[in-house]
Ligand binder design. Structure first.
Ligand code: GUN
Length: 298
């Protein structure tokens, strides 16, 4: 990439729309044969505004492709037993193929215990230890949506993986660890870094593919990026602009300084409109996969 040029976009919005079109056709195929609609139950606890917005998007996306959604809302102070009882009911409900517990949960709730209560065959978030284990072994299961979205997006743009150095910043169960397994499966050479890694910038600079899920706004600077690298920004943060003509207004940024990075990278995800729409599309895809397995009696 020449100095002064800008990177191409990894347009998650567009690719997600294509994925949804394909899913819609598959759902129509089933309804044409007289089958019931696929069903997704969403558990939303408390009043985190971001979680409410994400859930609204997920419910709307279900509607677009013909998946029925069932929203189960609980107050912030709900007892763990009540949530667990609700999951038990959904586990044995034949009209529910997928169960999603929107994260983060209020601090008093045992997140791990709640996620582990979801039947692995209905775990469309791919966060149950059984599904995580299947992924680690390279076997079929339900896989976490954001990492799957990252891979599908890169595949769409024909980004080569084989033998390339993929650096993942972040080691969460939601993104960092599963995306590293998926990149390994694609024959990339994978390095996982995190907040305790030394010389993070130097490691990032060796990446052909840089996936950033660090949870820190604009942490990755242009100088951290190898010229021509492909950059995937999983972060999303809303913040107030401190200075300049737009001071006081709010903006949405990722974990990567987009302006700087897009002068160095060959391809980059925008925030918003990059990974976010892909996560929702993969949730729909997982729900349909779970449905197909249920219909087939697997
Ligand atoms: N909160 C932020 N991202 C996610 C996600 O992918 N799944 C769930 N359940 N909650 C989230």
């Amino acid at each position: 990439m020449q100095a002064g040029t800008t990177a191409g976009m990894l347009d998650g919005k567009e690719v997600a729309a294509r994925v949804r079109d394909d899913l819609k056709r598959r759902v129509e195929g089933f309804s044409g044969k007289g089958c019931r609609a696929p069903g997704l139950a969403v558990i939303l606890i408390g009043d985190n505004p971001a979680s409410h917005l994400y859930v609204k998007n997920k419910v709307q996306a279900c509607k677009k492709v013909g998946i029925e959604s069932f929203l189960h809302q609980f107050p912030q102070a709900v007892a763990a037993e009540e949530v667990l009882a609700s999951i038990e009911r959904l586990n044995s409900d034949c009209s529910v193929d997928g169960i999603l517990v929107q994260l983060p949960l209020p601090a008093h709730l045992p997140t791990e215990r709640i996620l582990d209560a979801v039947l692995p065959g209905k775990d469309v978030d791919g966060l149950h230890p059984v599904n995580m284990g299947l992924l680690a072994c390279g076997k079929q299961g339900l896989r976490p949506c954001t990492p799957q979205g990252v891979i599908v997006l890169l595949e769409h743009y024909r980004v080569p993986f084989e033998g390339r150095h993929a650096v993942v910043i972040g080691r969460s169960n939601l993104v960092g660890k599963p995306v590293a397994f998926m990149l390994l499966e694609k024959n990339a050479t994978v390095t996982i870094c995190h907040s305790r890694s030394r010389e993070l910038d130097a490691i990032a600079r060796t990446a052909d593919i840089l996936v950033v899920a660090a949870g820190r706004p604009c942490m990755v600077r242009g100088s951290w990026i190898k010229p021509g690298a492909v950059v995937v920004d999983v972060g999303i943060h809303k913040r107030t602009i401190a200075e300049g003509p737009k001071a006081g207004e709010s903006e949405v940024v990722g974990d990567v300084d987009f302006q700087e990075a897009s002068r160095v990278a060959s391809l980059i995800t925008p925030v918003p409109g990059g990974v976010g729409p892909m996560t929702v599309a993969m949730l729909l895809s997982n729900t349909l996969t779970a449905y197909e397995r249920h219909i087939a009696g697997k």
